[in-house]
Design a protein. Structure first.
Lengths: 387, 327
């Protein structure tokens, strides 16, 4: 007997903002979770288990917040799990929840990931609480410089991704940044934060949460029969590697390559560029779009930037990336992976509204964390997988 | 003798309270305690949702207390600096009149003998309310609240939370040897017998998961080549001392043995840092070297021993050869 097919039948997210000063942390996660339940036409009592994900506790200064949030998410008397895999955690949270269903341990699982960055300071947290934090941008900037040098990519590629994702965000009412007048000139002229990264090539700092409800095959088919097509999970994978060792390639980490091919294999994908209709990739700094296109073998090594340059990853392009606006437009860190995963599901359900990619039947979502060393990916599709 | 290192981190977090807890704290500033109705029950402090079902609650607030009955308690004979009172007291679960849940708070009863389950207690209010749970300094025996006359309610939407935590690390034998070597001005690495990679003070190979010990240790050169860098524009945050752009560079040790990341290049303006530049370690003076940055997580660091890396002035190495050596 194989795994139980898994369906995403409910999706919810908050309006992401610099500071959700109208909500407590519990209120933030409940806003997303309630929307996911409503979308699934379920109530709290229908849920068998709850999976909660967020990035390091030092960001809000609430230690083990899953304990305080268990009853806020209807978890009294139910199994509640906390997932933590740095920036990839939103994706890992969705995957852990999907495994609880695919293994037939539970039938209906709620997965919620969140961050309330405004309560603390991520630069402080990432710097271990010390002065002189280089932040995520400072950690990634040298690798981005190496990618640019190695691939020969022209510098406007980074600016172009920064503009493209912000333009996509204008279609997404939940996105944090709505920069109506974004332009190549504005990105280029914005302050240099982590040379070679400009301010507008970097993600914002956001409060937000994302939630999904997952069910077994019967739940997915029932939703479909009710005119609410689910997203079917076609493959999931997580991979890790140590942050630093002699000879590590941080530009195209092996863990990212392996993670992608594990998902492709499960989903029956042999030609990712042509068999995937839309991708939500974790791009907190503009250059990560071409880097992940290569890092997940969607483009040949050294040619990811050419896909960007030709406009193929734009909203109307042949391989749209981040129609939601991506991490560059909303970054509630712990939730950011979940937002990629739920956007992929929205796309194949045909429920993405203004940012719906026409004919999206197979979507890929990816999240990465820490020193580009933790990966979580899934592929979802509009059709129940045959096996 | 084991070596310990200690570090303290602190941060002024700012909580947004949301509509329900903000109401609770706002009422406290006027010496009123409110709960919220959930079906037949009154929950104190009020919650946004029923804790048993998760269902959202309407904002149906109910004033309770201020007096109540002790349901259970424990005596704190030796209060520490984090306790709410500086003299022996009880932590008590108090069912306020009109409430169906228990409030945990301090009870200032003088002595353990004066505390009993079922006793009646009332709040002692803080002189200047700020909209926090310790606007009730403590509960006291009896029916009568203590404190100044009640003032107007303040609108409380946020709460400051100053967090401070001190970590003490006990260094592993590998890290102790590493720290001793660094104090002597010598970088010692551990070479994995399987993959030949070199690690600083780690005690194992990150790639092969092989334990590395004293027999795998060797002296490494304290000079090399800048293989990559970034110039960081510092953002302000509590505790941030940097105000001007600063650089962090990766240094490949001579012989290509390993890369030490996130190093300072000193003696030149940040704008002059180049990939391929040859540099040498600038050690702190003997008596200024310290192991405070080394933690039991198993990572050797040169911080605390090496101040930064000084350009040697020799001709650069070809940049192309080093660009990819981030690690
Ligand atoms: Zn090894």
């Amino acid at each position: 007997m194989g795994h139980e097919p898994v369906a995403v039948v409910g999706i919810g997210q908050t309006k992401h903002k610099k500071r959700r000063d109208d909500l407590s942390i519990a209120g933030l996660v409940r806003e997303a979770a309630q929307r996911a339940l409503d979308d699934a036409q379920m109530t709290w009592s229908d849920i068998d288990a709850v999976v909660i994900g967020k990035a390091p506790d030092i960001f809000e200064g609430v230690m083990k917040p899953e304990l305080y949030l268990a009853d806020a998410l209807g978890g009294a008397g139910k199994p509640v799990f906390r997932v933590h895999t740095a920036g990839s955690v939103g994706g890992s949270t969705a995957i852990v929840a999907s495994h609880l269903v695919s293994s037939r341990v539970h039938k209906r699982v709620l997965a919620v990931a969140w961050e309330k960055q405004s309560e603390g300071n991520a630069q402080f947290g990432l710097g271990g609480g010390k002065s002189g934090s280089i932040g995520a941008g400072g950690a990634f900037a040298p690798w981005i410089r190496a990618y640019i040098r190695k691939s020969g990519a022209p510098e406007h590629i980074g600016w172009q991704v920064a503009v493209k994702d912000r333009q996509n965000a204008l279609r997404n009412p939940y996105a944090h940044l709505h920069l109506k007048d974004i332009s190549i000139e504005k990105v280029r002229e914005s302050p240099m934060m982590w040379d070679p990264l400009h301010f507008l090539e970097s993600c914002p700092s956001s409060d937000g949460a994302g939630a999904i409800v997952l069910t077994d095959k019967a739940g997915g088919l029932a939703a479909a029969a009710d005119g609410r097509p689910p997203a079917w999970v076609l493959g999931t994978s997580m991979r890790s590697e140590p942050s630093s060792f002699n000879g590590r390639d941080p530009i195209r980490p092996q863990a990212g390559v392996d993670c992608a091919w594990d998902v492709y294999k499960q989903a029956g994908i042999t030609d990712p560029r042509n068999q995937i209709d839309v991708a939500e990739l974790y791009v907190p700094f503009s250059w990560y779009e071409p880097m992940w296109l290569e890092g997940h073998d969607i483009a040949p090594v050294g040619e990811g930037w050419k896909m960007v340059d030709r406009g193929e990853t734009a909203f109307g392009g042949s391989f749209p990336v981040n129609p939601s606006g991506g991490v560059l437009s909303s970054n509630p860190i712990g939730a950011s992976g979940m937002l990629r995963f739920l956007e992929a599901a929205l796309q194949v359900r045909g429920a993405a509204g203004e940012h719906q990619v026409d004919g999206a039947r197979v979507a890929l979502a990816q999240a990465y964390g820490a020193a580009a060393q933790y990966f979580a990916m899934w592929a979802v599709g509009s059709e129940l997988p045959s096996s | 003798m084991s070596t310990q290192t200690s570090s303290t981190i602190q941060f002024p977090y700012k909580r947004t309270l949301g509509p329900v807890i903000s109401r609770f704290f706002s009422e406290l500033t006027a010496q009123r305690i409110v709960g919220i109705r959930s079906g037949e029950r009154v929950i104190v402090p009020p919650m946004e949702y029923d804790p048993e079902t998760g269902n959202a609650l309407e904002p149906d607030f109910v004033e309770v207390g201020p007096a109540g009955t002790v349901v259970s308690w424990t005596w704190v004979a030796e209060p520490g600096k984090h306790h709410p009172l500086d003299r022996p007291f009880a932590y008590a679960l108090i069912k306020l009149d009109g409430a169906d849940t228990n409030l945990l708070h301090a009870l200032d009863a003088g002595s353990e003998d004066a505390v009993s389950t079922g006793m009646r207690v009332a709040p002692r209010w803080r002189d200047e309310p700020v909209g926090r749970i310790d606007d009730i300094v403590a509960f006291v025996p009896g029916e009568t609240p203590e404190g100044p006359a009640a003032g107007e309610a303040q609108d409380v939407q946020t709460m400051d939370y100053f967090s401070t935590i001190t970590y003490t690390d006990v260094l592993s034998p590998t890290l102790e040897r590493y720290a001793a070597s660094m104090r002597a001005g010598v970088i010692t690495g551990q070479r994995c017998p399987q993959c030949n990679r070199v690690f600083l003070g780690r005690g194992y190979c990150s790639v092969d998961a092989i334990t590395l010990g004293e027999e795998h240790e060797e002296t490494l050169p304290d000079y090399g080549v800048v293989s990559n860098y970034t110039i960081v524009t510092p953002t302000p945050y509590p505790g941030q001392k940097e105000t001007e752009p600063f650089a962090r560079a990766s240094v490949v040790l001579h012989g290509d043995e390993m890369v030490i990341a996130q190093q300072q290049i000193i003696g030149i303006p940040v704008s002059e840092i180049r990939v391929g530049m040859r540099v040498k370690a600038q050690w702190f003076a003997d008596d200024a070297r310290n192991a405070a940055e080394i933690t039991s997580k198993g990572w050797g660091t040169v911080a605390g021993f090496i101040e930064g890396w000084l350009p040697t002035g020799e001709p650069d190495e070809p940049a192309e050869q080093y660009m990819n050596r981030v690690f």
